[in-house]
Design a protein around this ligand. Structure first.
Ligand SMILES: *Cc1c(COP(=O)(O)O)cnc(C)c1O
Length: 429
């Protein structure tokens, strides 16, 4: 397999782009080598500029849940493109997507569209503060909520991959109202409430995907929500990754919790830049123009992005692939575990529906500390062997792999063969 053209573009890209990438997770710093440049994608496959074809388990970090360029989505977007790109005024498409989203999440009476997950979360945090009149926010170590200043502490994948404790350029003042708790540890949340009176809410990835996949234990979320109610604090569910992926109604539907504020992104744009935050009526009343919390966006509710979202969610609802995700997900999980056993490689696989990833460690992974015990050198070898055998994975131990509803038995066979080669190579380290 040759990467000559990718290599050339990488060198060219270095001149005017930072590290030749526009998001650091796309850099190959933790696996070595240089990033691949992509030419096109269709269905379950993605093709790089050298013509190498891969089964894509990155799926743009989640949005391409139907696979690439699904014909219904293509049709919806093509139709919208012919009418204009952006108006700075309202369109019917926004109302349509809002209805789909609010119908799926019972805790959302109203929604506001923005342009990314980061924007959704930073607005949701502002809203929690506006509604409660309190300043402090608790986040969990290893959860990532976008790159806004106040939540860029103990923030999982991108930072863990680069071994950065937080980020330069974030002033102390910006994080002084951020408190850190441990995932799956309600006592660590309670300890903060005992110490601080002005906690507006707790933000969580209801199924964590940014420290690798980490699953909430037993009734963790239900108990967390019940506890927060006793404290007059809000639960902010960051479902940017899990919304419409773990279930049509997100992790909340699956786990039987209703958050006060929900953040969405990724899948709701079907590959176009869309984020959203929403809540019950009484909370959303705070948002301008109804209330005093200001939040705006020139391209928010962009008609092309809305068309991509409407087409994706409509098709997703029709396909209802969640049972299929569970089946394929468990097949891939078993492939990973059995192959690791065959080659005597220590491996733990965390999976929730269509999000999964292996950790090269023989102990269970229930939080960020345990995730970091994984042998990232083994992951790097595994990663490159998967690439060479036609499977595109996120270039980091701490990113989830994503499945699309387009995956076929043939794709699974390719994955199984690649896993065999990759595990064998890891066993020889
Ligand atoms: C991806 C992600 C974000 C950030 O979304 P962007 O669109 O990259 O800004 C926030 N929260 C979670 C849980 C995510 O997975």
């Amino acid at each position: 397999m040759k990467f000559k053209k990718s290599q050339k573009l990488y060198e060219k890209g270095l001149k005017n782009l930072v590290g030749a990438v526009n998001s650091p997770v796309r850099a190959f710093s933790s696996v070595g080598g240089n990033p691949l440049f992509i030419k096109k994608a269709k269905g379950t496959k993605i093709t790089d500029v050298d013509g190498n074809e891969y089964v894509d388990l990155v799926l743009s970090y989640g949005p391409m849940i139907l696979g690439h360029r699904h014909k219904k989505v293509q049709k919806g977007v093509d139709k919208a493109l012919k009418k204009g790109y952006s108006f700075g005024a309202s369109t019917e498409a926004e109302i349509k997507l809002a209805k789909i989203v609010c119908d799926a999440f019972p805790g959302m009476d109203k929604v506001r569209f923005v342009n990314s997950g980061t924007e959704a979360v930073l607005s949701a945090v502002r809203l929690a503060r506006a509604f409660t009149g309190k300043d402090k926010i608790i986040k969990f170590s290893g959860c990532y909520h976008g790159h806004q200043d106040s939540l860029l502490v103990a923030a999982g994948s991108g930072l863990a991959t680069l071994s950065m404790p937080g980020s330069k350029g974030v002033p102390e003042g910006a994080v002084k109202n951020t408190l850190i708790a441990n995932y799956n540890d309600l006592d660590s949340v309670k300890a903060h409430f005992k110490k601080h009176k002005d906690i507006a809410g707790v933000i969580i990835e209801p199924i964590a995907g940014n420290m690798g996949v980490v699953i909430p234990e037993n009734n963790f979320l239900v108990e967390l929500k019940a506890y927060l109610e006793t404290q007059g604090a809000l639960l902010i569910a960051d479902e940017v990754m899990t919304g419409f992926r773990s279930k049509f109604g997100g992790a909340q539907e699956l786990l039987g919790v209703e958050a006060d504020i929900t953040c969405l992104g990724k899948v709701i744009g079907g590959g176009f830049p869309v984020g959203a935050y929403g809540a019950r009526e009484e909370i959303m009343q705070e948002v301008a123009p109804l209330g005093g919390m200001y939040q705006a966006g020139t391209l928010s509710g962009n008609p092309i992005a809305m068309a991509g979202g409407i087409a994706t969610l409509t098709e997703l609802k029709k396909q209802d692939p969640y049972k299929k995700f569970e089946e394929i997900g468990s097949i891939i999980e078993v492939i990973l575990l059995e192959t690791a056993k065959k080659y005597n490689v220590a491996l733990t696989v965390n999976r929730f529906g269509s999000m999964l990833n292996p950790f090269f460690v023989n102990s269970e992974v229930t939080n960020f500390v345990e995730a970091q015990l994984s042998d990232t050198k083994k992951f790097a070898v595994f990663f490159w062997e998967m690439i060479k055998n036609g499977v595109f994975l996120p270039p980091s131990q701490f990113e989830a792999w994503f499945l699309s509803s387009a995956l076929s038995d043939k794709d699974i066979k390719i994955i199984a063969e690649a896993v065999d080669k990759a595990m064998e190579k890891v066993s020889k380290m």
